[in-house]
Ligand binder design. Structure first.
Ligand SMILES: [Zn+2]
Length: 417
């Protein structure tokens, strides 16, 4: 047996131990204080102890203060981020597996067939809040790294397991905090796998995101009686024209990129605030929102410039004034489809699951963007059914050990990529 075969067959025998770690982690809810929870500290402590007991020896904690954490001890008003390291033969390029500790609330308990915080095993699956999102990836990463330790095999590169807080609600206390305050943690030639999304075959490797732009448009006109529209300036009508013209930017920004689904930039009016309560008033105020997902080959600067032109035109034609307000703007650099992290992971996926990996881009919103934007290549991958955030969230045990074997294979492949 070669080293990978040794590791692979060891992992296959570890399913009960993986379920035990899933069970422990599920029993400590790590819900954001913003969602009424206590944060990730208790879960992080339970995880650290479990990792020590398993045989991990090198830890580093990066705590981000958060006043909203409901703890009486001020020292516990923090959101922890943990790194566990397995030293490799070569430390010049590190392999990262990044998973998040936080989970979303269970939602309506009546929709669950069992207690969301107690793992139940049935027909080759385990059920519980967090067992898939993101503990499948977390536990797979742990056992991939542990396989090297337990079998006395030195990994070709240093392995860094990164367990972050606050992934579900924007990452201000998680990866964003680490990048802003501990930028020396990551190096440009590091390879990062984020096992937190994918498909049931494990073939899609997410390498890029569209640029995200959420805007609020406030149109001010002049209120008037419904019978005398000429005495007012109908803000709703102007808002309708504005929404249609903004949507038509889908034809202006016309490039296509087959990496993405859909393959074009989208500009969609979404949320609408109520205006007048009665039919016979010409509204003097109109507020709506626009959700834009722009191919990364366009900058948001270009997009905003085109929008300002449209705003000026509608203001002139309808006699209104329009304010354009940023709600969220995230620009993202793509990881190249031929980057070493993609090549190494694709080989690993093929070796373990026998499928051909397919790089994809998505509409926006994963933690990979923060790393890509500082020049570190990162991919999001996993073989899962995407039951995240749903009642009766589950994890298929075969995927748990399979993903661990893929990550272990990826660690070997990283040396040749
Ligand atoms: Zn997740």
């Amino acid at each position: 047996m070669n080293d990978f075969e040794t590791i692979s067959s060891w992992i296959e025998g570890q399913v009960p131990a993986m379920v035990a770690l899933e069970t422990l982690l599920t029993s400590v809810p790590a819900i954001s204080p913003a969602s009424g929870g206590e944060g990730e500290l208790a879960k992080c402590e339970a995880l650290t102890k479990a990792l020590r007991d398993l045989g991990f020896a090198h830890f580093e904690r990066y705590d981000c203060p958060d006043d909203r954490v409901p703890a009486s001890d001020p020292a516990r008003k923090i959101r922890p981020n943990l790194v566990a390291t397995v030293p490799g033969a070569d430390d010049s390029r590190r392999v990262w597996v990044m998973a998040h500790m936080d989970v979303v609330p269970p939602g309506d308990l009546g929709k669950w067939n069992s207690d969301p915080w107690k793992v139940v095993e049935k027909d080759g699956k385990i059920y519980g809040r967090g067992v898939e999102d993101d503990q499948q990836g977390l536990v797979a990463g742990v056992f991939a790294a542990l396989a090297f330790l337990k079998n006395g095999i030195v990994p070709p590169h240093t392995i860094q397991l990164l367990f972050v807080s606050d992934e579900e609600l924007g990452s201000d206390f998680g990866i964003k905090y680490l990048i802003e305050n501990h930028s020396d943690l990551f190096r440009p030639n590091d390879l990062v796998v984020i096992p937190d999304g994918g498909d049931s075959k494990g073939e899609t490797v997410e390498v890029a995101e569209k640029n995200l732009l959420w805007l609020k448009f406030v149109t001010k006109g002049k209120q008037a009686h419904g019978s005398r529209p000429d005495l007012g300036a109908n803000a709703h009508l102007a808002g309708c024209a504005l929404a249609l013209r903004l949507n038509a930017l889908e034809e202006t920004f016309e490039r296509r990129d087959a990496l993405f689904e859909p393959d074009r930039s989208t500009f969609q009016p979404t949320k609408k605030e109520a205006n007048v309560p009665n039919i016979n008033t010409i509204p003097g105020l109109d507020v709506f929102y626009l959700d834009c997902r722009v191919l990364p080959s366009y900058t948001l600067k270009e997009v905003r410039a085109a929008m300002r032109e449209i705003v000026l035109g509608v203001e002139r034609e309808y006699g209104v004034s329009i304010e354009m307000i940023d709600e969220q703007a995230v620009e993202s650099r793509a990881t190249d489809v031929s980057a070493p992290v993609v090549t190494a992971l694709s080989r690993a996926i093929h070796a373990v699951y026998g499928v051909t990996a397919r790089p994809v881009g998505i509409g926006g919103g994963t933690v990979a963007a923060f790393l890509r934007n500082i020049g570190v290549d990162a991919v999001v991958w996993g073989r899962l059914d995407e039951t995240a955030h749903q009642p009766n969230e589950y994890c298929i045990l075969e995927n748990l050990s399979g993903d661990a074997r893929v990550i272990a294979s990826f660690i070997f492949e990283a040396a040749n990529a």
